[in-house]
Ligand binder design. Structure first.
Ligand code: ADP
Length: 596
């Protein structure tokens, strides 16, 4: 079935008088017909006119300085809107620059489409050497949910429809859509073009769980002594907070949010055990995973983090996720909203769900929460000079508590690990961070998307190293006058900035170079914002930080706050120190060549 769309432009062919359209217009019309409202991209051959046409046709085009950030913005837009975020890239290197973001979107289960121009197939396939030639379709394939190429102008409608359907139905993910330059330039009679576009009906259909699967899950929970619900970013994406809240509150089961699920139910909710995470994980005997995978972020569900005999129930739209790490005693396939409302519905028949023994468990967790909260409060009250992470974050926390609708973007090592614990979230989908891969470089792209898609203020809490990966996008943020405040926790290094060069002979080549983890602790990042017309602040105390952040959020415009920290603050690899490989050889061991 096809739905006719209005055409922005029809070109009568001079000889015949037949109205024609072309591939560029058809792509734009197909996207518009499917409610794609924004394209994030970077122009160049052969897609510059596509961006122009999109803009004049009413699709918002946001142009970046590097494709990785455009891709990250599209991925975040997908997470925030449940529609695929679209990233537009040029052929060859432009495509490759965008690809890591598409791979990251796939890993995070965010719906995204990378739409890329590409070179002449006949030249690429014979490796005759075209401008920016690359077999993009096959290069993309290992990193995405699906990769499609449109081979002729009349297939643009089906190609766009297929990309959208694949990106958002089932487990969301990244789709690569290749459109060779020749196809963008091909013409087609307008009447045929109209018929080649269609609008998707119910692009992400609800998936209801089987009744016996719900029964099994409720039975399993009713046998628990120490149940726990783990909420993941899949639940945040699914917008299932109402159903989840009903289940959580009806059963009284404590819940633990994964980092991007913070705020799905407020962190201040009495049943949140975020502040007693280790105890909750190590003692839980039946665990209900809701849109969270038992991957490395959850220690694969294994001992010693978890109790060796913990049992798992899992809600996921992708059944292949079950049993990926631990046996799933009650798998629940379906979309989270449908599953959790079926679970609420099933509760009336299960009077045993919410047994009295859970009160003891809840009390045990509450006591640990109170103890950990007290430790956190005293840490936040410390006031060392120069500032360190905790007292800087205490200032940010105070300001954000007064501005709960601010979107928080967070990346870095210590800046990520500590901010995640210190900054509470009260609203769903208001925290975006490094996600499943723990990848650096998402900061500015995610910030742009959060501002563009929601219109609300954004605060990016960045390590100085992490900021560097996408820092040039400050220009993008300033160009579009977006309400983004970037707080750079600047300790002058990757992890920290006080490592000294260990080369014994400082006269040797590189002997006087900075150590590998060292950046510039004197850097004045706020000047970058000023260079592009944004506001810059340099702060050295928590009260200066509080004042600057309050003013920057209220200004509703772009700003950088360079927050000078002690270069000795921070720990190597943040909370992931145990994953590091430390050289077995001491610094004084002879080099391999000499020893051999
Ligand atoms: P976290 O990192 O927060 O633990 P993950 O990204 O590991 O979360 O897990 C998200 C899970 O949610 C994925 O397994 C994905 O298949 C699932 N998911 C995503 N959207 C939905 C949905 N609408 N309904 C059910 N499951 C979903």
């Amino acid at each position: 079935m096809s739905t006719r769309s209005a055409y922005a432009r029809q070109e009568p062919a001079e000889s015949s008088g037949t109205a024609l359209t072309d591939g560029i217009h058809l792509v734009v019309d197909a996207l518009k017909a499917n409610e794609i409202k924004t394209i994030y991209g970077l122009v160049g051959i052969p897609i510059t006119d596509l961006a122009r046409t999109a803009q004049t046709s009413g699709i918002r085009y946001i142009g970046f300085r590097h494709e990785a950030s455009a891709g990250n913005a599209a991925a975040a837009a997908g997470f925030l809107t449940q529609r695929p975020g679209v990233c537009l890239t040029t052929s060859g290197p432009g495509f490759l620059n965008g690809l890591p973001a598409l791979a990251n979107a796939t890993t995070n289960c965010f719906p995204m489409i990378q739409l890329s121009g590409s070179s002449d197939r006949s030249v690429v396939d014979l490796q005759r050497g075209d401008y920016q030639d690359l077999d993009q379709l096959n290069a993309a394939r290992p990193f995405v949910k699906a990769a499609y190429r449109i081979g002729q102008v009349s297939d643009i409608g089906v190609g766009v429809a297929r990309a959208i359907r694949t990106a958002i139905s089932g487990r969301p993910g990244g789709v690569y859509l290749d459109i060779p330059a020749a196809v963008l330039g091909q013409t087609l009679e307008t009447s045929a073009a109209l018929d080649s576009i269609w609008r998707l009906v119910d692009p992400a259909p609800r998936q209801l769980p089987a009744t016996d699967a719900v029964e099994r899950a409720l039975d399993a929970l009713s046998q628990a002594q120490r149940p726990l619900i783990v909420l993941g970013k899949g639940a945040a994406y699914a917008r299932a907070e109402d159903e989840i809240r009903r289940f959580v509150e009806a059963t009284g089961i404590p819940f633990l949010p994964m980092s991007m699920a913070k705020g799905l139910l407020p962190d201040s909710h009495p049943q949140s055990v975020a502040a007693a995470r280790s105890l909750a994980i190590s003692r839980a005997d039946v665990v209900l995973l809701v849109g969270a995978r038992l991957n490395w972020l959850l220690g694969h569900g294994e001992s010693p983090q978890w109790s060796a005999d913990a049992k798992f129930i899992q809600v996921d739209i992708a059944p292949s996720e079950f049993d990926s790490n631990r046996p799933i005693m009650a798998p629940l396939t379906g979309d989270i909203g449908s599953v959790m409302s079926a679970m609420v519905g099933g509760l009336t028949a299960h009077t045993t769900v919410a047994p009295a023994s859970w009160t003891t468990w809840s009390a045990e967790l509450a006591a640990r929460k109170a103890r950990n909260d007290a430790t956190m409060r005293s840490r936040l009250a410390e006031d060392p000079r120069p500032m360190r992470f905790y007292n800087a974050l205490a200032a940010i926390r105070t300001v954000l508590q007064r501005n709960q609708d601010v979107y928080v973007v967070n990346e870095g090592a210590n800046a990520l690990d500590l901010a995640r614990n210190v900054i509470d979230m009260e609203l769903p989908r208001h925290r975006l961070d490094t996600g499943t891969w723990g990848v650096m470089g998402i900061g500015m792209g995610y910030s742009v998307a959060a501002a563009v898609e929601t219109g609300r203020p954004v605060v990016a809490i960045e390590g100085d190293s992490a900021f560097g990966f996408s820092g040039m996008e400050i220009e993008t943020i300033c160009r579009y006058r977006l309400p983004v405040t970037v707080v750079i926790l600047n300790n002058g290094g990757v992890y920290r900035g006080d490592e000294v060069t260990t080369a014994e002979n400082t006269a040797a080549p590189g002997g006087s170079d900075p150590a590998p983890t060292v950046l510039n602790s004197q850097a004045r990042h706020e000047l970058i914002a000023e260079a592009f017309g944004g506001k810059g602040y340099h702060v050295t105390t928590p009260s200066e930080l509080t004042a600057a952040l309050t003013e920057a959020i209220a200004s509703n415009g772009p700003a950088i706050i360079d927050c000078e920290l002690d270069p000795a603050a921070g720990q190597e690899s943040g909370h992931l120190a145990s994953r590091n490989v430390t050289s077995a050889l001491t610094a004084s061991s002879p080099p391999v060549s000499a020893a051999g």
